[in-house]
Design a protein around this ligand. Sequence first.
Ligand code: NAD
Ligand code: UDP
Length: 340
Amino acid sequence: MKVLVTGGAGYIGTHTCVTLLGQGYEVVIVDNLSNSKPAAVERVRELSGKDVAFYQEDVGDEQALRDIFQKEKPQAVIHFAGYKAVGESVEQPLKYYENNVGITVALLKVMGQCGVKNIVFSSSATVYGDVENPPLREDAKLPHHANCPYGTTKLINEQMITDCAHADPAFNAVLLRYFNPVGAHESGRIGEDPAGTPNNLAPYIVQTVVGKRDKLHVFGNDYPTPDGTCIRDYIHVVDLAEGHAAALKLFEKGGCGLRVYNLGTGRGHSVMEVLKAFCEAAGQEIPYVIDGRRDGDLPESYADVSKAKRELGWEAKKTLQDMCVDSLRWQRQNPDGYGD
Ligand code: NAD
Ligand code: UDP
């Protein structure tokens, strides 16, 4: 099966491409490199030993996208492309609605024009908002808007894709709600390469380990959790990548219609537990300070993963320790990420 991967040069996209190529899928990457580097695509080619087609195009450019679809004739799409910075989405909401919603409209239109009926979409645990208690199940009633514009774009995308599936019984869509992706490929050749100061916990910690940051700022230790810090469901990015391969299998089996799955481990870890795991993996103390709460953070979020296990035959295998060791290896081997 040939799969067109939007955002395939990014963090989750590169890992997914390597996994798919390793399983015999053909991969075509479309990425405008707004948050990634050409070297990432080169590393995917290096790790897979395969010649991967890469188009540096904006997914919102319908004509360019149509040309790619007509030339490459993919049977399925995995749609990773989009912006993902929560804080920036609060400051510049239209940038997020334009890029994260607008390009999905363009993509779905071109898929329709070219007769491509299979899509996997990168959604997020953020769609659950704060109305449900964990473990979060796929059938939870979703809020009308999330706690930031980024999250709301995920809700809108899910709704648009759901509407397309309702409109066309032959249209197949798998919405994957990721929990907190962490880690890197065990080769240390691909990993997360955040621009500027990292917003997320794990990249901030690894940059502290290598001395790029002075200390970790722990955002609040007065939450109603055992150690007072927030709890999240951290999932190794390679497990996440394998979840996408499992989703593609649904298309190969025939019409699956609309499906929704959580991709997490089903286990929560607090900020202090993550920090401790990184200290063990690094073999050193990691300086930190307790700061105030960050706006919008929920005390606790973790997935119910039974549906993905039952229907996809997929479950996360890697441990928090694996995530820490692999993240550190990537950071140490690539102190400046993919470079300039
Ligand atoms: P990333 O920024 O590393 O990758 C996204 C890629 O999309 C980048 O390479 C970027 O250049 C590209 N892109 C953005 N806009 C584009 C456009 N208009 N046209 C073409 N390419 C474009 O992010 P990631 O962490 O790999 O996330 C991938 C997807 O997963 C995103 O949709 C994100 O919202 C979602 N997600 C990520 C997380 C996370 O914590 N990383 C959690 C939940 C969901
Ligand atoms: N966090 C923190 N310091 C940081 C970054 C994050 O204490 O520099 C905390 C944050 O408050 C949250 C957890 O780590 O409780 C995970 O945050 P992240 O931004 O990685 O993921 P998300 O908020 O999207 O779950």
